[in-house]
Design a protein around this ligand. Structure first.
Ligand SMILES: [Zn+2]
Length: 124
């Protein structure tokens, strides 16, 4: 098992419900040549959590920062829902218990991007 030290939060950057977990998986495989979806989890506006890439494997979500991190993607660009934030909080609780000492970050901390377009204060 690789060492997990960080959890990095993302957004899908579109409010089109069409760009869902399966569409992202397809996009990452076909258009970006990844072996699987780049994120370890996605969370939709109803609060459904879906498992993406296996946690044992480094993701493909934050350039240069994937080796020791877990990538979570909230589906949407704005108007994130209470259900989505609650599901995120619950997932984070589980991951923090499993990977002690892990810290939580946004993609925007590492790159010049608005991703995930909300502050961590809103979910924590
Ligand atoms: Zn991102």
């Amino acid at each position: 098992m690789r060492q997990i030290k960080r959890i990095i939060i993302h957004y899908s950057a579109t409010d089109s419900g069409l760009y869902n977990h399966d569409a992202i998986t397809n996009d990452h495989r076909v258009n970006r040549g990844f072996r699987d979806i780049g994120y370890h989890y996605t969370i939709d506006k109803s609060g459904n959590i879906r498992i993406g890439r296996e946690i044992e494997l480094a993701g493909a979500h934050t350039l240069g920062e994937n080796y020791d991190s877990i990538g979570i993607c909230l589906l949407g660009k704005q108007n994130f829902t209470k259900e989505q934030f609650t599901a995120t909080r619950n997932l984070l609780k589980i991951l923090l218990r499993a990977f002690k000492g892990c810290t939580i970050h946004t993609h925007s901390e590492y790159s010049n991007t608005p991703c995930p377009n909300f502050s961590l204060k809103e979910i924590l």
